[in-house]
Write a protein that binds this ligand. Structure first.
Ligand code: S3P
Length: 437
């Protein structure tokens, strides 16, 4: 579907965004693997998380839907776990577009004596998998074809994995989580050390499932020989989805919105810190917690002038999925904004660095890379040309980013394959239009 995203006069009011994608994946996986029945509430029923849920069903978990979001899927369900004995599925597991699904599943499958074939869509088949396979091989899992770098591949797990202490070359929560999930069933203590702290949802969720974890920013370790017991999970709103609404309000004159019940986990709200530094009127108000996740309200009001800022390498993991939309805000901020060490964007759902450069050039904004750093020469009061057409390239975050050019600017824009939003935020358009005054 192509979207004609029209301009709106302002964004006003209160909203909640759908459940967090990372936490929803982990709830389905831990609940599906555990012994007993886990109830998950406010699950993100988007394509990515439904792929994880279906994968756990293929491995033998049973899902009873308690509440559906019409047209999308379950938001509340009970999952009866496989009690740490996943069965070999009859067909390959198709992870669709979801990197989190396939990478976490590799960690799930490594400790069991079954062979499972994993595949995905064209985008996922281009993404690097060696970064996960390499440490799991050190622990004792096997992959075919030998040395496989991309999907499709098959993993053969083994009971009695060896624990490892792993210095990760990337700050990746997917990589850290895969190793920790395997480590729960290894002999000895498995540790992961990261070059910068990545999101810590796995470490926060595992103790509820009865697994002791030691964690500090950039480090996590788990002793082997533990077991998982069912634990209900209440999923807070997704800060990555909230970021689109926050940036829309920051860009559209006269806007003032409150986004309630969002995860305020520090490892996820880097975008808010960057908006603050750009001079945006944004406030985070803690209201409580969902399990071990802090949550609260994000309030954003429009201000006329934004300024450029520097985003350092150590911050990137806390806003990695928000860089496309922050790049759009940077285009409207006076001066040159630099995002340092963002090479990981080249291996997301698309090459997001290339897509950002191309999209910003349509706006008449100078942007370039120097090595892995992204530079954007923004202009306060930027006037966007009429009649722009963007291509999401099948990437949900690009679809939402470029739609904001239309929603917050003076002229409508067209987005090719806007439907890609189904991956993380199927109701995005309806939510933004609900706030439009
Ligand atoms: C995720 C981790 C991040 C992020 C992805 C979700 C997760 O990827 O980009 O959308 O749930 O662990 P990396 O771990 O590759 O940085």
């Amino acid at each position: 579907m192509n979207l004609h995203s029209h301009s709106i006069s302002s964004l006003q009011g209160v909203l909640t965004v759908p459940g967090d994608k990372s936490i929803s994946h982990r709830a389905a996986i831990l609940g599906g693997l555990a012994q007993g029945v886990t109830e998950v509430d406010n699950f993100l029923c988007s394509e990515d998380c439904l792929n994880t849920l279906r994968a756990m069903e293929q491995l033998g978990a049973k899902v009873d839907v308690l509440e559906e979001r019409q047209g999308y899927g379950p938001v509340r369900f009970r999952i009866t776990g496989v009690a740490m004995s996943p069965k070999a599925p009859e067909r390959p597991i198709d992870c669709g577009n979801s990197g989190t699904t396939v990478r976490l599943l590799m960690g799930v499958l490594a400790p069991w004596g079954i062979t499972v074939e994993l595949t995905g869509d064209d985008s996922l088949r281009r993404r690097p998998m060696r970064r996960i396979a390499a440490p799991l091989e050190l622990m004792g899992a096997r992959f075919a074809p030998e040395g496989a770098t991309t999907l499709p591949l098959s993993i053969t797990g083994t009971r009695g994995l060896a624990a490892i202490s792993y210095d990760s070359p990337v700050a990746s929560a997917q990589l850290k989580t895969a190793i920790l999930l395997a480590g729960i069933f290894a002999s000895g203590t498995t540790s992961v050390h990261e070059p910068a702290p990545s999101r810590n949802h796995t470490e926060l969720m595992l103790p509820g499932f009865g697994v002791d974890v030691e964690a500090a920013p950039g480090e996590a370790s788990v002793a082997g020989g533990q077991s998982l017991h069912a634990c209900d999970v209440d999923v807070p709103g997704d800060p990555s989805s909230a970021a689109f609404m926050a940036c829309a309000a920051a860009l559209r004159p006269d806007s003032a919105i409150d986004i309630e019940n969002v995860s305020l986990n520090e490892a996820r709200i880097g975008f808010a810190r960057v908006l603050e530094r750009m001079g945006a009127d944004i406030a985070l108000k803690p209201t409580g917690s969902a399990g071990e996740e802090p949550c609260g309200t994000i309030s954003v009001s429009y201000v006329e002038h934004l300024r450029s800022c520097e985003v350092v390498g150590r911050e990137i993991a806390s806003l990695v999925d928000e860089i496309p939309v922050l790049a759009l805000v940077a285009a409207h901020a006076e001066g040159t904004t630099v995002f340092h060490e963002v090479g990981e964007l080249r291996v997301k759902e698309t090459d997001r660095l290339a897509a950002i450069l191309e999209g910003l050039s349509k706006l008449g904004v100078r942007a370039w890379t120097e090595g892995d750093d992204l530079h954007i020469e923004g202009k306060s009061g930027l006037v966007v040309p009429e009649g722009l057409v963007f291509d999401s390239l099948g990437d949900h975050r690009l679809a939402m980013t470029w739609s904001l050019v239309g929603f917050t600017g003076a002229h409508p824009v067209s987005i090719r394959d806007f439907e890609a939003v189904r991956v993380s935020y199927p109701g995005f358009r309806a939510d933004i239009e609900r706030l439009a005054k």
